[in-house]
Design a protein. Sequence first.
Length: 360
Amino acid sequence: MTESFRRSGAYEDPRGDGQDPFPYRQQQASPVNPGNAGNAGNAGNAVNPEWPAPPAHPPAYPPAYPPAQPSKKRAKGPVALLAAVAIAAAAVGGGTAFAFQELTGKDTVASSSTSTNVVPTGRRGSIAAIAKAVSPSVAEITATLAGGTSTGSGVIISSGGEILTNNHVIAGASSVKARTSDGKTYTAQVVGTDSSKDLALIKLDGASGLKPAALGNSDGVAVGDQVVAIGSPEGLTGTVTSGIVSALDRDVTVSTDENQGQGQGDGQWPFEFGGRHFNGDTGSSTTTYKAIQTDASLNPGNSGGALIDANGNIIGINSAMYSAAAASDSSSAGSVGLGFAIPINTVKADLAKLRSGSQS
């Protein structure tokens, strides 16, 4: 807040004799309120014609108030509108990119270097509020393979239908489809892949008006933070689970062979962690990345889905989970609380490459 202060004696007579420094003041007319009959008698005193006119050169004393400054014209048009929206969006944090996207029609990712409040401030950490806010930004991905199909998940990052997912979800696919939370199914094209980070970007055909997720800041994540996972395990679109961040910077190794582990389409993607193999052999072509570990329940089909913080920001792309038994063994299959996600800052650093159409 800017406060105004008046120094003692600032408006006193500079001659020091206590007389009025402006002996010839012209009384200004006060508008008469026609609805106030009690003041009508004072209307004739608004200006006294018998008072002498002010001198041609008034005394050279400091004016009681600084002279009015000429007003500057406000810039008008789209530039001023965009600037105003950008400033307003920046005030709440991280919304500038999305606001600019909506005004220009460009596919700009809603991204922030800090945590934004996707859910109402008063409902921070509410799993129900997070699920309601973010579920429309998560889609189910189905890839048709030579040996069957694979099912995974993806995070919508633009209103025009750009979706982030894992490379192993769509690798080797002859066709890809996506189903959004409203039940609509779209054909998708693979835009770019990066097997070294197990990431892929796809684009839905003919999509518009989708709700993009807010990509947060994984560098601010701490062990013990509450997280929510949303995905399509076993084809159950929009499944929500919750837990905490159980560890950071875990070295997770996955296969870069597009045919590895996908023959049966069971979603049991092989990976290595701590020198051990999980869900089968990763093969000879592998890549290792630093992952966020979580005990939120992840199951086959969660790959490529969202790991979300208490404010509703995406902090990771779920990529690997350990199941104690094969998916066909319903008595013991499922999550055992050992899941991994690619940090969202790693994803954001790779996004330009994916959008350029790079296939690696």
